[in-house]
Design a protein around this ligand. Structure first.
Ligand code: NAD
Length: 335
């Protein structure tokens, strides 16, 4: 769908970490890009480099009128928007449900009305839960262990149900621990890699929840963007109705990440342990068999290379964590 011509693409959540990278790549490929975002966790500053190249629509996808405006005239929708974070969902499961499930249903309704050809859904490896079997294959029974994981599974299942009903082509990409530039370390719900890098910048110990031996399949953001482009470019009968993992296909213990970061920043990163957090899983590793077979995906950027690029971004004066003041100003404006 994307391969042959300039397509009209909507990126929901495009002011966020992953969505802003995807929007940038789509623009670079010559596609027409619209972003819709309510700036709940995102920041317009993430799109600063794309001024004039994209259309930005500020609004909440729980609102059908916003969804209708967002999808009008679009060929393909990359549904990236969500309230991420397991701890956030434990604190406020209703908000996670609204942003991750209700908004997805609203968006699907609008997509069908507007005859959007395909929706590509950003799902999460968290849907697998804490199963001991590794690697995690798409045929495993999902066992979500947090409201966040349950909401991502519900959103995914809505997309696939609409696809099976023949209303739209749909594919769900289950991302494994994504990291890279523009992932904010500042939120109370920040992910582990930006938290570790921020600790290195501040020259204070990193906080590790649990014993640090838990493993994750850390995936550099460019690999995730690549998977989205492949999913948009594939023939409908290849991808429609499928769920596929998107990871790096290797797993690393948190203490291993601490060690690599120490090497990259040029001094060992000390860390302190705190009790494990509820909802966290012990080990995670993606089976890439299906995504390679269906999409021809290969993770091109390794963990270490991705960490180097992230550190370069964090320490480059031009790219300091964007727009915190700016986003506060925007939040004060009426929608
Ligand atoms: N970062 C990861 O490690 C990871 C792993 C697995 C899956 N995912 C999924 O990838 C997607 C993007 O994650 P991210 O890390 O870039 O998070 P992010 O918070 O940076 O981006 C999410 C964006 O969605 C927007 N948004 C939230 N609710 C909205 C609503 N109701 N209406 C409009 N916009 C809304 C936010 O403002 C934000 O810009 C999410 O769907 C997340 O569940 C992320």
């Amino acid at each position: 769908m994307l391969a042959s011509r300039a397509a009209k693409c909507l990126v929901t959540g495009g002011a966020g970490f992953i969505g802003s990278h995807l929007a940038g790549r789509l623009v670079a490929q010559g596609h027409t890009v619209r972003v819709v975002d309510n700036l709940s966790t995102g920041d317009e500053a993430n799109l600063a480099g794309l001024d004039g190249a994209i259309e930005f629509l500020r609004g909440d996808l729980c609102d059908l009128a916003v969804c209708r405006r967002a999808v009008a005239g679009m060929d393909v929708v990359f549904h990236v928007a969500a309230l991420p974070s397991v701890p956030r969902s434990l604190k406020d499961p209703w908000a996670s449900h609204a942003a991750n499930v209700s908004a997805t249903v609203r968006l699907l309704e609008a997509c069908v009305e507007a005859r959007v050809a395909r929706i590509i859904y950003s799902s999460s490896s968290s849907v697998y839960g804490d199963t001991p079997v590794l690697p995690k294959t798409e045929t495993a029974e999902p066992l979500p262990r947090s409201p966040y994981a349950a909401s991502k599974l519900a959103g995914e299942q809505y997309v696939l149900a609409f696809a099976r009903a023949g209303l739209i082509e749909g594919v769900a990409l289950r991302y494994f621990n994504v990291f890279g530039p523009r992932q904010s370390p500042h939120s109370a719900y920040a992910a582990v890699i930006p938290r570790f890098f921020q600790a290195a910048l501040d020259e204070r110990p990193a906080v590790v929840y649990g014993d640090g031996q838990q493993t994750r399949d850390f995936t550099y953001v460019d690999n995730v963007v690549e998977a989205n482009l492949l999913a948009a470019g594939a023939a409908g009968d290849t991808v429609n109705g499928w769920v596929v993992n998107v990871g790096a296909g290797t797993r690393t213990a948190l203490v291993g990440v601490v060690e690599i970061i120490g090497r990259i920043v040029g001094r060992p990163l000390a860390f302190v342990r705190q009790p494990p957090r509820p909802g966290d899983v012990r080990d995670s590793l993606a089976s890439l068999e299906r995504v390679k077979r269906l999409l021809g995906y290969e993770p091109k950027i390794s963990l270490e290379e991705g960490l180097r690029r992230t550190w370069t971004w964090m320490t480059d004066g031009a790219n300091t964590i964007p727009g915190r003041l700016e986003s506060e100003r925007l939040r004060r404006q009426p929608a």
